[in-house]
Design a protein around this ligand. Structure first.
Ligand SMILES: [Zn+2]
Length: 344
């Protein structure tokens, strides 16, 4: 078993991916004031109020205030499959998320996407379109990381004939037909991650990458106990990762440190984890596009990097200029890998 990560010190290049897992807390942290039009990002515990689902719930005989939407939804799903009011609840949820729009100014999701390279992966549990919209407006800068949509997404579609997937406002490259929307995986307790063809493929993408990941960032995702299947799918491949003894898990979450530790303890190897409450203190932000290199240099060669001078402001075009200084050395490395990646 080869435990040495594929970090080439001459090239200053780590061939293992950085995998970032996003939950609802990440979209909330990225858009604290809501979307471009001030529409709020709903969390499961305030979704009934934010999306105004009371009328449909009343029609289904639910009049008391809902404290745990996931359990309520699960009950409704068992009793009311195909019922018009229940279908309306699902379509209102879909439509609300579909209409969210990314603000024009620089957002945390722009920074997140540009802090990773094409070999990396962002796996998101979120239905909202904001990460996809950030992807679309940054894709001309450099090839971006892959994205896996673990619960489906309102901005992603599929050509059922050619099995190709893409953003909903794009067309299939084979038949040029518009993509059909993919189903969201609604909050039922016993989620089946293999029944739906699209979602099955997304999980395979996450698993393939988790098995060889060097750094994992879990951002605003609590791995709820009700989603045992998701935890198992992730843990089963993480256990097989041959470099996990040298890698690191970082968690960005505003919850209490002790509860985060308890929640993720089974995933941690000894002290190889780091918990922070802000994106700005994460490897992604402190070592943009070089997280796995910086971590390998520090942990394997006792050569910690200096911090990058952080970007100030909220102009997307200024941010592009700032990140392009780092990307330039990647372009030289692409041409000839005798050119090492720059530290900054
Ligand atoms: Zn097609």
């Amino acid at each position: 078993m080869n435990l040495i990560p594929r970090y080439n010190i001459k090239e200053n290049y780590n061939h293992h991916p950085h995998v970032v897992i996003l939950g609802a807390g990440a979209s909330l942290a990225a858009f604290p004031d809501g979307d471009k039009n001030g529409r709020k990002l709903p969390l499961m515990n305030d979704i009934v109020r934010t999306i105004s689902l009371n009328e449909e719930l009343n029609a289904l005989g639910i009049t008391a205030e809902i404290i745990d939407f996931e359990t309520t939804f699960d009950d409704l799903n068992t009793k009311y499959q195909g019922n018009a009011h229940f279908e309306k609840i699902k379509s209102k949820i879909y439509q609300y998320f579909r209409e969210l729009e990314i603000p024009d100014k620089l957002t945390l999701y722009d920074k997140l996407i540009l802090s990773l390279r094409e070999n990396d992966l962002i796996a998101t549990f979120n239905w909202d379109p904001l990460l996809c919209q950030a992807f679309q407006r940054n894709r001309h800068i450099k090839r971006l990381p892959k994205i896996a949509f673990l619960h489906g997404n309102v901005f992603v579609g599929m050509c059922n004939e050619h099995k190709s997937t893409g953003f909903i406002n794009c067309t299939c490259s084979k038949c040029e037909n518009k993509f059909e929307k993919v189903d969201l995986l609604y909050p039922v307790t016993n989620k089946n991650y293999t029944q739906n063809e699209f979602i099955k493929g997304e999980w395979e993408l996450l698993q393939t990458n988790l098995e060889v990941a060097y750094l994992i960032t879990i951002f605003g995702y609590s791995a709820p106990k009700t989603d045992i299947a998701a935890r198992e799918l992730m843990f089963n491949v993480w256990k097989k990762n041959k470099t996990r003894d040298l890698g690191e898990i970082e968690i960005i979450d505003i919850a209490q440190k002790s509860s985060i530790q308890a929640n993720w303890a089974v995933f941690f190897i000894r002290e190889h984890y780091w918990i922070t409450s802000s994106f700005e203190q994460s490897y992604l932000s402190l070592y943009p596009r070089r997280s796995c290199e910086a971590f390998a240099s520090s942990s394997l060669y006792n050569d910690p990097w200096g911090d990058i001078e952080s970007f100030v402001g909220n102009s997307l075009s200024e941010y592009h200029k700032w990140i392009n200084r780092i990307i330039q050395s990647e372009e030289l490395h692409d041409i000839d890998n005798a050119n090492p990646l720059s530290r900054w």
